[in-house]
Each structure stands twice: as structure tokens, then as C-alpha cells.
Ligand binder design. Structure first.
Ligand SMILES: [Zn+2]
Length: 50
């Protein structure tokens, strides 16, 4: 299953077939770009299935 996520705060967009990879990359982006900690469930809440 492919999931896609558009960052609510900037233009960052990611698409991955691996949920683990998606979560990891979004957490890294949130931390580096927005100094924000995101839990796995936070990420899954805003990820869409495509
Ligand atoms: Zn962002």
C-alpha cells in the first residue's frame, strides 16, 4: 500500500510504499525543518493512501 503525505506547514511531500520509511522520513523532516516531534500516530493521522 502506497502512502503519501503533504506537510501541513510547507511544500514537503513524500510518497512511500513502506510505512516505516514514511514515518521515519516525516519525523526527520518535522524535526529538522520545524523543530517538531511527531509520533507515529501523528504521522499516520495526516498520511493518505494513494
Ligand atoms: Zn514541512
Amino acid at each position: 500500500m502506497t502512502r503519501e503525505l503533504q506537510c501541513p506547514d510547507c511544500e514537503f511531500m513524500i510518497r512511500s510504499e513502506s510505512t516505516d520509511q514514511l514515518v521515519e522520513m516525516v519525523q526527520q523532516h518535522a524535526k529538522e525543518s520545524h523543530d517538531m516531534e511527531m509520533s507515529r500516530s501523528d504521522v499516520m493521522d495526516i498520511a493518505r493512501t494513494v
